[in-house]
Design a protein around this ligand. Sequence first.
Ligand SMILES: [Zn+2]
Ligand SMILES: [Zn+2]
Length: 74
Amino acid sequence: MLKMKSACEKCGASLSPDGTAYICSFECTYCATCTQAMDATCPNCDGELLRRPSRVRKALEVAATQIKQKLFGK
Ligand SMILES: [Zn+2]
Ligand SMILES: [Zn+2]
């Protein structure tokens, strides 16, 4: 599962799980302002920064749903 880092690695701004953040494939995480300033390129790995999917539900809730679907099917 994607680790949801809670702060921008460049400027330290806090990032909420359901707010706007950008990540590279190594999960370096940045705020929208830094992403724009860096032209959407990760300074650590030169990878493309993409918008992080927001997480609006808690991991535990999702796990419960996944188990239910496995047990009760289709
Ligand atoms: Zn930042
Ligand atoms: Zn990176």
